[in-house]
Design a protein around this ligand. Structure first.
Ligand code: FAD
Ligand code: PHB
Length: 392
């Protein structure tokens, strides 16, 4: 098989890249090792920056998002038994975020690609990428035990943190920067109306908790837990008890309980590789970087990368110039590091660290007090949360 761009991974990065390339008349093939059902049901992110929403709407994949996405203009920071609202609309000149599940984004993009005659091949095995240091890279894989090969001009490694593209790059080319946090998140999805109209980020002395949602009938909740926590140790009753404690306020705010329909543990990590490219192989999204979920940035950063990559590829086919391709990493990494900083900062401000001494705890409280009482500090949080402007 021959295409212009071979894309590994049908997550938000791979699918959005294929969609943007298609709109510019460039052919691509996406291969994915999981089934379509699996990727369309995988519960993950839920917060879309305004720029991500605008891109989806402008490129014709925003109809369901506009219909069922929940637009929010603020979040609450809760500590010491009190809630404090950060008013995004006021602080950013009217901007906000939209709650729309990642698997819905994946569904919309997959539908759009298939409706346009695009190729998204699910359930492939034994994927390898080769010869990307020269002009004729190729991807090999198996389907139903038949070997397949895709020859292309470029390979996009959009295969997430555990994918094969990044590890295939020869030793010595990439430098990795990493921080692993001494805690994880236990997340649940519960069949109950959200207890608040907006997201609540709570710093409690027992640990962090987050109240989010997926729809007017579905609440998404997270609890900080130990990094090696076993999910079996958390029957539903224990989860609710801990959530009630961590969200408790002096004025007796009430968290509504419902049937838990999904449960999982997410590790917390900050990770970046530099550069994000090697010859004609370009890494995008979680394949190149991971942020802890506290800033709600991973999906948005994946979309920002492929925007830059699509533009560079389009420019190459239009003019033959590799200038934008050569600058791909540099362009992406400026945003990546700012988002890393923000995600690390939110994580540090809101979680309980086991080595927290009394000094650190006071410093954390002072930080929260500052962010919720200084307009300048609140504005910095708001500007980052709704999404820094794209550099284009
Ligand atoms: P992925 O979504 O991981 O997609 C990679 C794809 O490649 C997958 O479908 C995978 O199956 C496939 N693949 C892997 N290996 C191979 C292979 N060898 N061959 C073929 N295919 C392969 N981000 C936010 O922006 N906002 C949030 O609110 C948020 N909350 C989160 C909450 C949780 C609990 C978690 C886990 C993550 C959250 N994130 C959030 C992060 C976000 O989900 C990721 O950053 C996002 O999925 C990155 O997209 P991606 O396309 O780069 O990678
Ligand atoms: C979510 O709704 O899944 C979510 C919201 C905000 C975050 C992380 C996850 O910071």
């Amino acid at each position: 098989m021959r295409t212009q761009v071979g894309i590994v991974g049908a997550g938000p990065a791979g699918l959005m890249l294929s969609h943007l390339l298609h709109l510019a008349g460039i052919d691509s093939v996406v291969i994915e090792n999981r089934s379509r059902k699996y990727v369309e049901e995988r519960v993950r992110a839920g917060v879309l920056e305004q720029g991500t929403v605008e891109l989806m709407v402008e490129t014709g994949v925003g109809a369901r998002l506009e219909q069922i996405g929940l637009v929010h203009h603020g979040i609450e920071l809760r500590f010491n038994g009190h809630g404090h609202r950060i008013d995004f609309a006021d602080l950013t000149g009217g901007k906000g975020i939209t709650i729309y599940a990642q698997h819905e984004v994946v569904r919309d993009l997959t539908d759009a690609r298939l409706a346009a005659g695009g190729q998204v091949i699910f359930e492939v095995d034994d994927v390898i990428v080769r010869d990307f240091d020269g002009p004729k890279p190729f991807i090999r894989y198996h389907t139903d035990s038949a070997a397949q090969q895709i020859e292309c001009d470029f390979i996009a490694g959009c295969d997430g943190f555990h994918g094969i593209c990044r590890p295939t790059i020869p030793a010595g080319v990439l430098t990795a920067f990493e921080r692993v946090y001494p805690f994880a998140w236990l997340g649940i999805l519960a069949e109950v109306a959200p207890s608040s109209d907006e997201l609540i980020y709570a710093n409690h002395e027992r640990g962090f908790a987050l109240h989010s949602m997926r729809s007017p009938q579905l609440t998404r909740l997270y609890l900080q837990c130990a990094p090696d926590e076993q999910i079996e140790a958390w029957p539903d009753a224990r989860i609710w008890e801990e959530l009630h404690r961590r969200f408790a306020t002096r004025d007796r705010w009430k968290l509504s309980e419902g049937t838990v329909v999904q449960k999982g543990i997410t590790e917390m990590r900050s990770f970046v590789v530099e550069p994000m490219q090697c010859g004609n192989l370009f890494l995008a999204g979680d394949a190149a970087h991971i942020v802890p979920p506290t800033g709600a940035k991973g999906l948005n950063l994946a979309v920002a990368d492929v925007r830059v990559l699509a533009r560079a590829i389009v420019e190459f086919y239009r003019s033959g110039s590799r200038e934008l391709l050569n600058r791909y990493s540099e362009t992406c990494l400026r945003r990546v590091w700012k988002v890393q900083r923000f995600s690390w900062w939110m994580t540090s401000m809101l979680h309980r660290f086991d080595d927290n001494n009394a000094f650190d705890r006071h410093r954390q409280m002072a930080e929260l007090d500052y962010v919720t009482s200084s307009r300048a500090a609140a504005q910095s949080l708001a500007e980052n949360y709704v999404g820094l402007p794209m550099e284009d």
